[in-house]
Design a protein around this ligand. Structure first.
Ligand code: F6P
Length: 319
């Protein structure tokens, strides 16, 4: 292979730039040209291609977001859109593609691989909901941001002796809620993978107050339902003065943590090596601190799920 492409797609995640940089620099070291594709699959369909060299990725490792920009493309989901993408790649002489993104983006990668293109995926989403890898790029940063916010809210919650409902991201996954809830010392963590039990919530909050706790924190993943409705129901049942804070997209931006920069650097470099070794429809992954490459399609059919031990730990520590 002489020329490969790289794109970022779907929701951005801190550390995507570190992954782009690693792809470009590893490829350069191996004498391979890299074409950056702007706005993910939308740019692939439109032929929005930009030659990248080592200099183009200077000074981006520590920046959140993605310098390649990202988008969700309706056209690429059609067979005609995918055929156009393949034509554009052939026309540009791009022989292999690295896709950096989450679940939807990696599904797109599988579609292209089925059409004969060599594709390697790099899991990058703050949601950490991709099976086969312990961590996705961006999760550690998002959890750190959420914990910092929880700690700040704890201060004001204590001063006013209030109950706070804090909504974190995760439309289908409770990974951010569980990790940030444990690290932030939340009394209650609500995630889409487990049913909401209001009797248990009330019991636990009241027990905390009796022990002299001045505040309480309920961390809820957005996929559970409206944080405002949950807050109203808890306030009605406990008579605790409650407030709701939605952290939203602040969890997606910001400087990636050292963990995410390191993970992205390792995954980006390995993705190039896998592609050049002839791998296709593969995903690079971090498993027990080792970088592996795995067959992509079965991973997308598998569900990552919540670690039940971690969920139990959250309950024990919140007692
Ligand atoms: O995939 C990451 C994620 O942050 C989800 O947790 C969230 O539901 C979604 O993206 C929101 O994405 P957007 O606002 O960009 O549509």
């Amino acid at each position: 292979m002489h020329t490969i492409g790289v794109l970022t797609s779907g929701g951005d995640a801190p550390g995507m730039n570190a992954a782009i940089r690693a792809v470009v620099r590893r490829a350069a070291a191996l004498g391979v040209e890299v074409i950056g594709i702007a706005r993910g699959y939308a740019g692939l369909v439109q032929g929005d291609f930009h030659r990248l060299n080592s200099g183009s990725v200077t000074d981006i490792i520590h920046r959140g977001g993605t310098v390649l920009l990202t988008a969700r493309s309706a056209e690429f989901r059609t067979k005609a859109g995918q055929a156009k993408a393949i034509d554009n790649l052939n026309h540009e002489g791009i022989e292999g593609l690295i896709v950096i993104g989450g679940d939807g983006s990696l599904h797109g990668a599988v579609e292209l691989a089925k059409m004969g293109l060599s594709v390697v995926g790099i899991p990058a989403t703050i949601d950490n909901d991709i099976a086969g890898t312990d961590y996705t790029i961006g999760f550690d940063t998002a959890v750190g941001t959420a914990v910092e916010a929880i700690n700040r809210i704890c201060d004001t919650a204590t001063s006013h002796e209030r109950n706070f409902i804090i909504e974190v991201m995760g439309r289908h996954s409770g990974q951010i809620a569980l990790a940030s809830g444990i690290a932030g010392g939340a009394e209650i963590i609500l995630i889409p993978e487990y049913p909401v039990d209001y009797d248990l919530i009330v019991e636990r909050l009241e027990r905390g107050r009796k022990r002299g706790k001045l505040h309480s924190i309920v961390v809820v993943a957005e996929g559970v339902g409206s944080a405002f409705e949950i807050g109203r129901e808890i306030a009605r049942r406990t008579r605790l003065e409650s407030r709701v804070t939605i952290l939203g997209h602040i969890q997606r931006g910001g400087t990636p943590t050292a963990f995410d920069c390191l993970l992205a650097s390792k995954l980006g470099a390995r993705a190039v090596e896998v592609l050049l070794a002839g791998g296709s429809s593969r995903m690079v992954a971090s498993v027990a601190n080792k970088i592996l490459d795995l067959d992509l399609e079965p991973l997308l059919k598998a569900k990552k799920g919540i670690d039940p031990e971690l969920y139990r730990l959250a309950e024990v520590l919140a007692l």
